[in-house]
Design a protein around this ligand. Structure first.
Ligand code: AMP
Length: 398
């Protein structure tokens, strides 16, 4: 039987969606509503069986965004009201201590997601707006919230604890939560499958390198260390986020540069990373600039790969033995130079990359290490929508 799930990822000014057939794993349709609530026209893009449909129309809020999506489904297909929709799966960024698994959304769950908003002010409120709008549109369907943090609920205390005053930390929920959990969970399970092993029997390092980026050490199917912390700002160098900096940079900028908290938040989250270092957040532009002799772009790529290697070495030490390293998301799947540079010189750890296997973009699961390598290096394209859809079906049918 077909089990169709509408997966909704609702951001501050956008709604990304996909209709997933959990039985086959196929996406039957998907699209994006952008510029929600920004005053002018919103833009809509829908890919379905009839091809791509694009339009602009006023989208004042998420309620209107969800309604516009449903109208598109009815107009150009596939119809969502014709039956067959099993559940709606919602991506929620911060589940805090409360949500360690996906849950069926009810009014209490909505209230708890709202309560967690101080920990994720940019993400949880728009996630919730999408949930409310979709519950309004489909009051009779099960709605399931799937949390980015949930996969990391197994982080040991030593990995999740910041060395700050424990009373302050407890009072304000300050600890490492980790993010991108849905992707790390999907890729870890798929990697074990590709190795022909039970997830319980393998140690893995999963590098999710997209515009946001994080890396996770997975022991026996459980996250035991991850690079994002209280928020998705910590860790690797990202498209526009700094990743790790000395926290004193912030006090320095306040005292010496006279910047406000909001200025520094915007600096570190939106104007740093590759964009800050080289003027472009997209690795394709960075490579073009390097080709043209741009020294800033060269340095940006070196900083990016250096930080990544630093974490790979650290996670090797945490795990003790590593069966495989899996690269995923936009950069991890497409950028052979990043894969090569971040693993260069790690032969003594059993980590090598075969240049021919590694070359080029990977649209499918691909082993890029040589046969017989101690550590298998792979590219495993992520599929967060399928993972959310599977989890939604599991919860809805429990
Ligand atoms: P994601 O957030 O997973 O969609 O990843 C988006 C990022 O992937 C972009 O900002 C680029 O940096 C990177 N990317 C996409 N395509 C390529 C490519 N062909 N080569 C290198 N990087 C790419």
């Amino acid at each position: 039987m077909n089990q169709l799930v509408l997966v909704v990822n609702s951001g501050s000014s956008s709604i990304k969606y996909q209709l997933v057939d959990v039985g086959t794993g196929d996406a039957l349709a998907g699209g994006l509503v952008e510029r929600i609530g920004e005053g002018g026209e919103g833009s809509l893009r829908h890919d379905g069986p009839a091809g791509r449909t694009e339009r602009t129309q006023p989208v004042p809020d998420h309620e209107a965004g969800v309604r516009a999506v449903l109208d598109l489904f009815e107009e150009v297909g596939p119809s969502l009201t014709a039956g067959g929709l099993t559940a709606v799966g919602h991506r929620v960024v911060q589940g805090g201590d409360r949500f360690t698994e996906p849950v069926l959304v009810d009014d209490q769950v909505e209230a708890a997601i709202a309560d967690l908003s101080p920990l994720a002010p940019l993400h949880n409120p728009p996630n919730l707006a999408g949930i409310r709008a979709a519950r309004h549109a489909f009051p009779d369907l099960p709605h399931v919230a799937v949390f980015d943090t949930a996969f990391h609920h197994t982080l040991p205390d030593a990995a999740r604890t910041y060395a700050i005053d424990r009373e302050v930390a407890r009072a304000h929920g300050i600890r490492r939560y980790g993010f991108h959990g849905t992707s790390h969970a999907y890729v870890a399970r798929r990697t074990a499958e590709l190795l022909g092993k039970d997830p319980a029997d393998v140690n893995l390092i999963v590098a999710h390198l997209g515009n946001g980026a994080s890396i996770t050490a997975v022991r026996g199917g459980e996250s035991v260390e991850t690079s994002m912390g209280l928020t998705p700002l910590e860790g690797l160098v990202m498209g526009t986020r700094s990743g790790d900096v000395d926290p004193a940079v912030i006090f320095h900028l306040q005292r010496v540069a006279g910047m406000s908290t909001d200025d520094i938040d915007a600096l570190l989250n939106r104007r740093s990373g590759m964009l800050g270092l080289a003027g472009a957040n997209d690795l394709r532009d960075i490579h073009d600039a390097i080709e043209a002799g741009d020294g800033d772009a060269r340095l940006a790529l070196d900083v990016y790969c250096h930080r990544l290697k630093h974490y790979i070495g650290a996670y090797y030490a945490i795990l003790g033995t590593v069966d495989a390293i899996a690269f995923t998301a936009g950069v991890g799947e497409n950028d052979d130079v990043v894969r090569e540079l971040s693993l260069a010189g790690l032969d003594r750890l059993g980590i090598t990359v075969d240049p021919d296997r590694n070359a080029g973009r990977k649209k499918a699961d691909t082993v890029v290490s040589p046969d017989g390598a101690e550590v298998t290096v792979l590219v495993v394209p992520t599929n967060e929508e399928l993972e959310i859809a599977r989890q939604a079906v599991a919860v809805a049918s429990a």
